[in-house]
Design a protein around this ligand. Structure first.
Ligand code: TXA
Ligand code: MG
Length: 326
């Protein structure tokens, strides 16, 4: 696909902040993936985010802020929320907490829920943007709903979203490579994992001092047994837990024991799950662009960042009922 000239690609966070103030959309890097940002308090800018992504309006957005204090001005933090925020912010953790009374974040952004997803990103350009803008910025991943998340400015520039944004902030490759871990809280305050992501479950459990339950209704759990909605999908079909590719397939390998001499890429030849997560979306893109109809994927261990990697792979492999499926 050709790059479209509409959006300005820059490293100037001030320019992007100006665009946000003018009600425009901007793409910006975070440590996880590139986000499609809008002024969280501006209903029409928030509406433009849903529209640009083709995202169902019942799927709420994450509000990004500079620090814990800013987050506490928008959401109510009990003891365990505060503990997790202090342990992992800035970083790839999103906390879903009750909105404070008078919370200025657009109700459209939270799909009418009385909770709000909050995140303090660590990426220096994301921080520079939030500081220059001076308020909360909603940002889903900067991809068309249901497709592969972008981990390089190029991915955004080459996508149809480029026509919808005023500025693309270029911050090189996203170091984490999978979206933030999302934690919500039960009515009794117990933390629940809503989406596995850039902070491994084990690290969160270490801070909490107890096992973390997997919650229902999040992106990370099927809505019915055996049923997963398609998401993070390349054009090609995925065949998971493959030992080697079949004729005509590309192979997405992992680790030092991968079969030699087969066409494809290795997420991490040394078997490092962090490296594999950082490469996941970009490598799926590269293999997809070869035009094959199927990508075979090696088994990935289900611990550490492997839980997030496997979650994305299972969704990418899920049946694709309709074009607008998110
Ligand atoms: O790493 C990330 O989290 C990236 C970067 C750009 O920050 N953002 C991201 O946003 O992944 P998005 O929109 O692709 O995913 C947000 C997820 C969705 O699954 C949504 O359902 C969930 O957060 N979410 C947002 N608000 C929620 C709420 N109030 N309750 C439950 N889930 C919520
Ligand atoms: Mg997304």
């Amino acid at each position: 696909m050709r790059a479209r000239p509409m959006a300005e690609i820059t490293t100037d966070a001030g320019k992007a902040a100006e665009a946000l103030h003018a009600g425009r959309l901007v793409a910006f890097p975070t440590e996880t993936v590139y986000g499609l940002g809008a002024d969280a308090t501006d209903d029409s800018a928030v509406a433009a985010v849903f529209e640009a992504k083709g995202r169902p309006r019942i799927n709420p957005l994450i509000a990004h802020v500079t620090d814990i204090e800013a987050a506490m001005g928008l959401g109510r933090f009990d003891e365990s929320a505060r503990q997790l925020a202090e342990a992992f912010w800035p970083g790839p953790l999103t906390l879903v907490v009750p909105r404070v009374e008078g919370c200025p974040v657009s109700l459209l952004a939270t799909a009418g829920l009385d909770t709000l997803a909050l995140r303090v990103p660590a990426h220096p350009l994301a921080q520079a943007l939030l500081a220059a803008f001076g308020g909360p910025v909603v940002a889903p991943s900067a991809n068309i709903s249901g497709r592969l998340s972008p981990t390089e400015a190029e991915h955004v520039a080459e996508s149809p979203l480029a026509e919808k944004v005023a500025v693309i902030l270029d911050g090189d490759e996203c170091p984490v490579g999978v979206e933030s871990t999302i934690i919500g809280f039960d009515t009794d305050g117990t933390p629940v994992l809503l989406r596995p992501g850039g902070i491994p479950r084990e690290e969160i459990e270490k801070v909490l001092g107890e096992p973390l339950r997997t919650g229902k209704g999040g992106e990370g759990t099927p809505s019915a047994p055996g049923q997963l909605s398609s998401h993070y999908a390349p054009r090609a079909r995925l065949r998971l837990n493959a030992q080697r590719p079949e004729e005509g397939e590309m192979f997405l390998a992992f680790g030092p024991d991968a079969p030699k001499g087969v066409p494809g890429l290795n997420l991490s030849p040394k078997g490092d799950l962090r490296e594999a997560a950082a490469n996941l979306f970009a490598y799926l893109r590269i293999l997809d662009e070869t035009g094959v109809s199927s990508i075979a994927v090696a088994p990935i261990p289900e611990y550490g960042l492997g839980e997030a990697i496997n979650d994305r792979l299972r969704r990418a492999a899920a049946p694709r009922p309709g074009e607008e499926e998110a």
